[in-house]
Design a protein around this ligand. Structure first.
Ligand code: BTN
Length: 234
């Protein structure tokens, strides 16, 4: 079992921001969680909103070089850790990962993951998992879901938190091949998507991911490798 530290705030601006500010003083494998973020951050500088006390919001600090160098694979590891818990502990069906790091259930987003930090000194993995929220007001392309919505009952967040922390650390520290699991849970597989590359939008069909977790798209009879970027499903 890996040793880890935990810090919990009733309210904070953002757990990712906290770890970025204090990464020098804090140890590798420090988790920071909160009941409520008043400036939660999503991808592409969007706000991440979450009803007070209803969801699992946390960030993990990595300072050890051997984990930092996993880079983008950490997105895969984090999303697999979440999706395995959803399948194994809560028996949710149709759990899929939308490359690089969203978790979907029944075609609706249940978890967002945001990587930050400063290569090569530290990485922060932020996880926002919808647990008990049943009403989602706001501007969503598609209304999200939560474990409670999928199961039709409320969940004890504290019983979910530690197993997820432990699974995440185990998956980060053991060098397993996760691509196979991902390929069986690839939300984008065979979907037509739009990706922006060098200020150009390309439209293609997702065929798979490679061993480094880059997304492979068929475009103009060629296979294009996408290393990062915002993917829009058409
Ligand atoms: C996304 O846009 O899908 C990523 C959302 C990530 C949200 C989590 S909640 C905990 C951590 N703190 C933040 O401010 N953001 C991440």
């Amino acid at each position: 079992m890996n040793l880890y530290k935990t810090i919990h705030f009733k309210e904070i601006d953002s757990t990712n921001k906290y770890l970025k500010e204090y990464h020098q003083e804090l140890e590798n494998f420090t988790f920071v969680s909160t009941d409520y973020q008043n400036k939660g951050k999503g991808r592409n500088d969007r706000l991440w909103t979450s009803t007070r006390g209803e969801n699992l919001l946390f960030s993990l600090l990595l300072k050890d070089e051997k984990y930092i160098k996993l880079g983008g694979l950490l997105s895969l590891i984090a999303s697999i850790s979440v999706s395995k818990i959803l399948e194994e502990k809560y028996h949710l069906k149709d759990v899929q990962i939308k490359w690089p790091n969203d978790v979907y259930v029944n075609d609706k987003k249940i978890c967002g993951i945001l990587l930050g930090g400063q290569y090569p000194s530290y990485i922060v993995i932020g996880v926002g998992l919808n647990v008990n929220q049943i009403e989602f007001k706001g501007d969503y392309r598609k209304t999200p879901t939560s474990i409670a919505l999928e199961l039709g009952k409320k969940i004890d967040i504290s019983a979910l938190k530690e197993p997820l922390y432990v699974a995440l650390l185990e998956n980060i520290t053991t060098e397993k091949d996760y691509i196979d699991y991902f390929n069986k849970h690839n939300y984008l597989l065979n979907k037509m998507v739009e990706v922006r590359i060098d200020n150009k939008e390309i439209v293609g069909k997702v065929v798979s991911v490679d061993n480094e977790y880059n997304l492979l798209i068929e475009f103009d009879n060629k296979i294009i490798k996408i290393i990062s970027g915002e993917i829009k499903v058409l």
